[in-house]
Design a protein around this ligand. Sequence first.
Ligand code: MN3
Length: 199
Amino acid sequence: MAFTLPDLPYSHDALAEGGMSRETLEFHHDKHHKAYVDKLNELVQGTEWEGKSLEDIVKGTYQPGAVAQNGIFNNASQHWNHTQFWEMMTPKPGAMPSELEAAIKDSFGSVEDFKKKFTEAGVGQFGSGWAWLVKDSDGGLKITKTENGVNPLCFGQTALLGCDVWEHSYYIDFRNARPKYLENFLDRLVNWENVASRL
Ligand code: MN3
């Protein structure tokens, strides 16, 4: 069965108050994410990956250490990444659930220190990529950054939170100010209930 573009879990206007405009979501979801889905469907046709799950394709086509990943991986991983990303945001960010807050304090000292390190990871990713909060295979929480479409699935980690730091994610609303975009994401857009549910 072909992959399909999931609907946003909120309206295109819903995150505007939190700093992510309708225009950004129209480009980012309706055009960029859709292009990954369409390209993935085109590329897997007639290959061993046709009919496989998205997770299996991401893990099976990742090439550790490669300078550039292959097209099937790039489009599959970006489809997976964006599907998670939309769910990790909400128009009504609530308080951080206590279980998540405790795990974050345990690993990073304080919520503020966690936010600072997550922002540094996103700012420090040279070129396109993602910043992540992951649960590692040993159960500990870590902050990582990945290039292009590479994601925690490639390393056997669980993605708790991811932030897209490709320019298409922030240029309309924040121009070149990637640090501001990341701080705004953490302070006004993250769905902490969703993050906690991934623990
Ligand atoms: Mn993107």
